[in-house]
Design a protein around this ligand. Structure first.
Ligand code: V07
Length: 255
């Protein structure tokens, strides 16, 4: 079955034409680095936090799009372990966004059968942030639709070090044999244990790097970049990314 969708011909020109998405080859796990919110605000002479707010509104649109298209897992890089180095006022604002998002959008997530999860160092978040997110996790725990996986206080190197420490601890107390460690076992100690590796990773705003996001997990991930800033990233562009993904041949190191 094919779905015909209107899309933008280039990232810049809003020339409409039809693209085709194949139902059977929708990437199961899509990850997004939502970059360019500060720049979006700067361009308009607005404070950076105005960009974050607009970026948050866009999360709602893309979550709906992913859910409607049948994506199984959507992982969004909302706050990195490095983001604590930003000015305190900006960090404080960012830590309020989960609550603001969920206050207006949790009922719709529930209605859409979305399950909220997080990856990252959850316990180091402010209590008000943790409470709001935990409430959403609890309310959606039994949902079977799209997994909305928010990377909150997430850093890939931090994640790998945690896995190392957990494994060495188990070796020291005799629960684990060093020789039994292989790629599959190692993966089970990562935050992504139950969701697996992304098929497609999108980064907005023109930067083309991973920035400590899903380093281990993106060994065979397809990357897709756009100059469009996150607040301007549209449902049409999301469909274009998925359609481009469907044109690629994945080899996983084979031929
Ligand atoms: C944040 C908006 C998107 C652009 C990137 C940075 C700012 C949604 C959430 C969120 C968090 C938890 C949750 C549901 C939604 C969020 C932070 C920042 C810290 F359960 N957007 N967004 N969290 N931004």
């Amino acid at each position: 079955m094919q779905i015909k969708l209107p899309f933008l011909k280039t990232n810049k020109k809003a020339t409409k034409e039809n693209i085709t998405l194949h139902r059977e080859n929708i990437p199961g796990h899509v990850a997004i680095i939502m970059d360019g919110n500060g720049r979006w605000a700067n361009k308009r002479g607005l404070p950076r936090v105005a960009g974050h707010k607009e970026g948050m509104s866009n999360v709602k649109k893309i979550v709906s799009a992913a859910s409607n298209l049948g994506v199984k897992v959507l992982t969004l890089y909302a706050f990195s372990t490095e983001n604590w180095r930003r000015p305190k006022t900006e960090v404080d604002y960012l830590m309020k966004l989960p609550m603001e998002f969920l206050n207006t959008y949790l009922p719709e997530l529930i209605e859409k059968n979305v399950k909220v999860q997080t990856i990252g160092d959850f316990l180091a978040l402010p209590e008000h942030t943790r409470k709001a997110v935990q409430h959403a996790k609890d309310k959606t725990a039994e949902n079977s639709g799209l997994v909305l996986n928010i990377a909150l206080n997430y850093g890939s190197r931090d994640e790998i070090i945690r896995a190392m420490k957990a494994m060495t601890g188990e070796i020291v107390n005799g629960q684990l044999e060093a020789d039994d460690i292989d790629e599959d076992l190692f993966s089970r100690y990562l935050f992504t244990d139950d969701i697996g590796d992304p098929d497609l990773l999108i980064r907005t705003s023109g930067e083309q790097r991973l920035s400590n996001f899903l380093l281990w997990q993106s060994a065979y991930t397809e990357f897709w970049f756009t100059d469009v800033l996150w607040p301007d990233f549209s449902e049409q562009l999301f469909e274009k990314a998925l359609s481009d993904y469907q044109q690629r041949k994945r080899r996983y190191g084979g031929i």
